[in-house]
Design a protein around this ligand. Sequence first.
Ligand SMILES: NC(=O)c1ccc[n+]([C@@H]2O[C@H](COP(=O)([O-])OP(=O)(O)OC[C@H]3O[C@@H](n4cnc5c(N)ncnc54)[C@H](O)[C@@H]3O)[C@@H](O)[C@H]2O)c1
Ligand SMILES: O=C(O)C[C@H](O)C(=O)O
Length: 371
Amino acid sequence: MLQSNQRIARIAAHINPPNLQMVEEDSGLERVNCRAKGASSGFKVAILGAAGGIGQPLAMLMKMNPLVSVLHLYDVVNAPGVTADISHMDTSAVVRGFLGQQQLEDALIGMDLVIIPAGVPRKPGMTRDDLFNINAGIVKTICEAIARCCPKAIVNIISNPVNSTVPIAAEVFKKAGVFDPKRVLGVTMLDVVRANTFVAEIMGLDPREVDVPVVGGHAGVTILPLLSQVKPSCSFTQKEIDYLTDRIQNGGTEVVEPLARILRIDYFADPIDVAKAGAGSATLSMAYAAVKFADACLRALRGDAAVVHCAYVASEVTELPFFASKVRLGRNGVEEIYPLGPLNEYERAGLEKAKKELAGSIQKGVSFVRK
Ligand SMILES: NC(=O)c1ccc[n+]([C@@H]2O[C@H](COP(=O)([O-])OP(=O)(O)OC[C@H]3O[C@@H](n4cnc5c(N)ncnc54)[C@H](O)[C@@H]3O)[C@@H](O)[C@H]2O)c1
Ligand SMILES: O=C(O)C[C@H](O)C(=O)O
């Protein structure tokens, strides 16, 4: 129970702009909203880019996660409004907002998990690599702050191009002397989520029961679904394999732009209506996928066994320094990286294409930090 002076201070703080306001430390009071009941145990999570298309639904879903005790929402714009909004949800996680680069370090101190959807999304006609020029610098600055403030945090990188932003993060951490390959994870969960959905659709299965390993990276041909390893075991025709591979590899583009390709999907009357056509890329399915992955990281941090998901990580599974494959998560992040398993001829050919493109994207990220 709060003392009366503490209650009065809370009310006063709410009359001023909420959530970004510090109340005097020496009066024994705390930052607004930092003492909700039930918030004492659990993990501290920061979302950087929290006011964006992904950030907002991601913040909402993380506020609903009982494993989260403290939720820090950081952005360079609109963080106060999003924080005020989310903070009214009657779940136990305590929400604090942080606006602008001068508050970046405060947002990061003490965090167990940092999720990064900060940066610009694609517009029609762009590849993810076209985002490099803007997003590389954003991810670099954020990771430099993580290295200073919470070098032991698990870092989930969503900002594109993931194939390059993860190597950028790794280089920044190496430079700062804090790189732990177990703790830096590129989020490729949306590829798995899409693959599960599309396979379930054509096989008439419940998507929740389908598990498609998707390996490689997160852009075009680097997204390699291993349809020979789908669980439950499925047998596809070559036409189905071509359709599924193409759709999984181009799922992001399906959201970004109106393509003639979408005409083949019979449940859309007008393909123009289905794409965002300049208003951004996947946000809601990405927030869902990001929360699925973040929740897995938190369950692993708690000590749950057998938490296995695909992620793009520093890896020795191929000759490349980074690769997405199934990993087992534990208290320290990535505890084990699984080999790709038996591939058929189609997948072996796909793997060669994926590696060729990935090598260039990795090098581009590394050079950006080393230059
Ligand atoms: N990994 C994936 O599977 C996946 C899926 C979808 C989108 N993405 C990527 O996620 C990123 C965000 O997408 P979105 O749709 O949310 O974009 P958005 O433009 O809606 O939101 C991005 C947010 O980042 C903020 N931001 C910009 N610079 C920042 C900085 N320096 N520090 C903190 N925040 C900053 C913006 O203010 C904005 O609120 C894009 O790069 C997009 O390509 C990745
Ligand atoms: O396609 C994009 O640009 C966003 C994201 O990488 C996606 O796969 O939806």
